[in-house]
Ligand binder design. Structure first.
Ligand code: UT7
Length: 332
């Protein structure tokens, strides 16, 4: 079978309007703006306040913007892959809700769970459907309503996360640009350094699990920080080396936005100066599966056709990885 190349042909996004600033959090938990800025780089994050709107809504809005931008009808989509850790329901998949909402009548749709690496895993999976010729238009969405699993009395986690969604369209490349290489890792974290203990089959929801807050995200920040710093930097360097990329060759690093210190360490290891690094953690915090497509959206007008771009992420699981692509959208 002839191997094709997949490229990103459109980008969409959605962010709730409501802002939760560090100063707002000072009134909720024992924290302060200075601590949050210096330890994480975050200044504010977005929060979906409307209880009737959740992960599927945000993903659908991002998809609608993307379809509009590309000028195609939802019925042309063959496949929807949606990365999230905050699905609307345990089942059915949130991707199915998005499929209905946007009218993607010819698409099959599934969720992919890889925490903060979810978007990268989904992008690689989607690319393979294009490369094999089994799909022509694949919608890849990263969407998370992290506020729905936050414990707003736990200062070690509630300051970190935000809500949002980003989406990209993958199509066959006609000009050689697109997804060139990907490397992903998994290391089962039996210590549960980053997880949501309750609500699954291990601890089904009961009065006790709710009283004990098991439905909230728990994190051993230090343990995750150590693994994330090493994992993201190592895999980013690995993908550069195996594609013979020097720092001068790389136009942009698009890092998962979990902590500015992790991002800086990754850029340093790659030998990149800070102006080549997409950073919007100050505005949105960690939106889990949405961080990377939200960066691509924010920077899309600055990207040039053919730019060498490295995407990198680390997340719960543990999961991590990097993708090397060349930008395929013409800005003119
Ligand atoms: O996206 C998925 C992957 N996730 C990540 O990559 C997150 C990785 N972890 C981190 O980003 C960092 O570990 C945190 C930002 C979560 C924490 O930063 P840290 O530099 O590792 O701080 P720490 O946990 O060592 O805490 C230092 C001190 C502690 O006080 P003591 O024990 O030294 O007295 C904490 O209790 O800071 C305290 N602290 C806070 N103080 C003010 C913890 N959270 C806060 C807070 N405000 N919000």
């Amino acid at each position: 079978m002839e191997v094709k190349r997949a490229k990103i042909t459109a980008v969409g996004h959605y962010l709730p309007e409501e802002r939760l600033t560090n100063h707002d959090l000072e009134k909720m938990v024992d924290t302060n703006d200075e601590w949050i800025r210096t330890r994480t780089g975050i200044e504010e994050r977005r929060v979906m306040k409307d209880p009737d709107k959740a992960t599927a809504f945000m993903g659908s809005e991002a998809a609608k913007e993307l379809l509009d931008q590309r000028g195609i009808n939802a019925s042309e989509i063959d496949l929807i892959i949606l990365a999230t850790v905050t699905p609307d329901y345990m089942f059915p998949a949130t991707a199915c809700l998005v499929q209905k909402e946007i009218g993607a009548t010819n698409a099959f749709a599934f969720d992919l769970s890889a925490a903060c690496s979810g978007f990268l895993y989904a992008l690689s999976t989607g690319a393979m459907y294009i490369e094999s010729g089994r799909a022509q238009k694949v919608l890849v969405i990263g969407t998370d309503k992290m506020s729905s699993i936050m414990d707003f009395t736990d200062r070690t986690t509630c300051i970190l996360f935000g809500d949002g969604a980003g989406a990209v369209l993958l199509e066959e490349s006609d000009d050689g640009t697109g997804i060139i290489d990907q490397k992903h890792y998994t290391e089962g974290d039996t210590n549960c350094s980053l997880y949501q203990p309750g609500g699954g089959s291990r601890n089904p929801a009961t009065k006790e699990t709710v009283e004990n807050g098991l439905h909230h995200l728990k994190q051993d920040g230090k343990a995750v920080f150590k693994k994330a710093t090493m994992g993201m930097a190592d895999v980013s360097l690995e993908i550069m080396k195996r594609n013979d990329l020097d720092p001068d060759d790389v136009a942009w690093l698009v890092p998962h936005q979990a902590n500015l210190r992790i991002i800086d360490a990754t850029a340093r290891r790659m030998g990149l100066s800070s102006e080549k690094v997409m950073i919007n953690i100050d505005k949105y915090g960690n939106t889990t599966a949405a961080t990377i497509p939200l960066c691509l959206y924010d920077w899309k007008d600055k990207l040039n056709h053919g730019d060498n771009i490295v995407l990198a992420a680390f997340g719960g699981g543990f999961t991590w990885g990097a993708i090397y692509l060349t930008w395929g959208i013409n800005n003119e």
